[in-house]
Design a protein around this ligand. Structure first.
Ligand code: COA
Length: 365
């Protein structure tokens, strides 16, 4: 029997991520996301995802040092990026930039585990820099060098906004990276696995994943949530919000940030992000509008917020422009994609499903 969109089909074994969509439970390598968000930083999560276990103290320090040292871009990449049209989609820039970056790896095609780990660590460190660099280039500003003693979260905010982040901002962005790092066989991860399963190369896997994440049904939803808020009106009253939702439901227009293929309850990551919004006292009218939408969608359709529902609000408070929300999602998910590429190639089999042919048969010319 055909399952459109592969819904509910298990296509491989994996020990990276566990999701219970009915309970709203998510765990990386067996550790519940709620504990990880409270007790860990994103860089430690990268280690956990790539190597399958928590690092010992010494391993953790040495891993962080290695990762942070990789925070640099070949100057030619910046030169190439300066030639890109300024008014283009940032995900398209990122996809092209990663592809270009691969040309500077002399051992681009290597598929041995130790070499893949090195590529992963280097790309996890570099991808956020590419986003920040593009943001500066677009504005005709200089691209500053990162401080390689600082975390990935700190450097991204510093290089992107041009201001040193506060500890609170760094922690918040670090948690956003951690929450978006991994999510099982989602569309972009699956496409990265399909690509490397042909024994192509690590970078092609990441390029496929970025292209897949770009779509509004996947990583592009966070940006669309903010666009939706703008459309409703940032100062909209409850009546206006109600009318907007009613019209969307009547016309079958999707409300972005709502619904999920796997979660049938509120996404646990949305709950964690919302708790930060509360903690920081960011309950402005945009938040109130979102809460009203949430209430109505639960009542009317039994649908709940996914991670993208609140992430855009958090990113905009951190000074990130809406067109860069999907790339920021990629800056986090690169660690999950890398873990899946390692897992796929550890026990590889070409991914090649069948289709049921429903076209015409035995035609004559
Ligand atoms: N707004 C309004 N209605 C929605 C909806 C949304 N965001 N998401 C799902 N629905 C409705 C569908 O129209 C359908 O209604 P129907 O049964 O009356 O026809 C029903 O809920 C089932 O939806 P379906 O499209 O089968 O769910 P799916 O598993 O294929 O889709 C998503 C999951 C995520 C693609 C979908 O919920 C969506 O497009 N959400 C908005 C985009 C988004 O936030 N993406 C980020 C995902 S992390």
């Amino acid at each position: 029997m055909i399952k459109p969109g592969l819904e509910g089909i298990e296509v491989a074994e994996s020990s990276i991520c566990y999701i219970d969509g009915k309970r709203g439970y998510l765990a990386y390598r067996g550790h519940p996301i709620t504990n990880l968000a409270q007790k860990c930083d994103y860089e430690t999560i990268c280690y956990l995802l790539l190597f399958g276990k928590f690092p010992k103290k010494k391993e953790q320090n040495s891993f962080k040092q290695t990762l942070r040292k990789q925070q640099s871009l070949p100057p030619s990449i910046i030169k190439v990026m300066r030639c890109f049209p300024k008014k283009t989609n940032t995900m398209a820039v990122l996809r092209t930039a990663i592809s270009t970056l691969s040309l500077y790896d002399k051992d681009m095609n290597a598929l041995e585990r130790n070499k893949l780990e090195k590529k992963a660590i280097s790309t996890i460190a570099k991808l956020p820099l590419l986003i920040a660099a593009w943001h500066r280039i677009k504005q005709g500003k200089s691209v500053e060098p990162p401080n390689r003693k600082q975390s990935i979260a700190w450097n991204f905010l510093y290089l992107y906004t041009g201001k040193k982040p506060t500890q609170e901002e760094e922690k918040l962005f670090d948690t956003c990276l951690l929450l978006h790092a991994e999510h099982g066989f989602n569309a972009s991860t699956f496409s990265s696995r399909v690509t490397v399963a042909t024994l192509s190369d690590y970078y092609s896997g990441i390029v496929s994943a970025i292209g897949t994440l770009k779509g509004p049904l996947h990583g592009g939803a966070n940006q669309k949530v903010l666009a939706m808020l703008k459309e409703i009106g940032l100062n909209a009253t409850k009546t206006k919000v109600d009318a907007f939702v009613k019209k969307c439901l009547k016309t079958k227009r999707l409300i972005m940030g709502i619904g999920h293929r796997v979660y049938k309850v509120k996404d646990p990551r949305a709950k964690i992000l919302e708790s930060y919004i509360h903690e920081l006292g960011w309950k402005d009218n945009r938040y109130k509008i979102l809460k009203r939408i949430e209430e109505l969608m639960e009542q009317e359709k039994g649908l709940y917020p996914n991670v993208d529902f609140f992430s855009g609000l958090v990113y905009s408070k951190l000074g990130i422009a809406p067109e860069d929300f999907p790339p920021v999602f990629a800056a986090a998910r690169i660690s999950g994609w890398s873990a899946h590429i390692l897992e796929q190639l550890g026990d590889n089999r070409l991914i090649r499903p069948l289709s049921k042919y429903v076209g015409k048969k035995r035609l004559t010319l």
